[in-house]
Design a protein around this ligand. Structure first.
Ligand SMILES: [Zn+2]
Length: 152
């Protein structure tokens, strides 16, 4: 799992491109869902790690986002579903790049396979540097889009 700041930076950058503030907010929520579910199962429910790992799998996230989209009013549900699922997939893509010491945590084909994947592009100790860079990306994104919207 990458850190929260990095996930928010990526989602904020992609969400700003949508041009819809409400969808962007839902996308930001979606980018938090996999880790909220993972940590909720792990710490709040006391589940074993292997039972929480499907929280970062593409297919279970479709079901999660479909259910979560039902919390919105009917007219916005399709956009909410797409925004939530896009946020979740952005989260999984960022986590996919991490080095999990060759173990991987992304169950890409769950429930049909328990095969785990990782790309190993960055190690957990690199997260400190990524957080600083991500905070800069958040600020630059805000400044660029506010300048475009002529708020600044
Ligand atoms: Zn994660």
């Amino acid at each position: 799992m990458a850190d929260f700041v990095t996930h928010v930076a990526v989602a904020n950058l992609c969400g700003k491109a949508t041009g819809d503030d409400r969808a962007r907010a839902v996308l930001l929520v979606g980018t938090c869902l996999p880790d909220v579910l993972y940590k909720g199962l792990l710490y709040a429910a006391g589940s074993a790690t292997w039972t929480a790992e499907p929280s970062h799998s593409p297919l279970p996230l479709v079901a999660l986002c479909f259910g979560a989209a039902m919390l919105f009013e009917e007219a916005f549900r399709p956009r909410a579903f797409v925004a939530l699922l896009s946020g979740c997939y952005l989260h999984v893509l960022v986590d996919l790049g991490k080095d999990y010491m060759g173990q991987g945590v992304i169950l890409w084909a769950f429930p049909f396979s328990m095969h785990r994947i990782e790309l190993g592009w960055y190690r957990p100790q690199h997260m400190t540097y990524m957080m600083a860079g991500s905070a800069v990306v958040i600020v630059l994104t805000e400044l660029a889009f506010r300048r475009r919207a002529k708020v600044l």
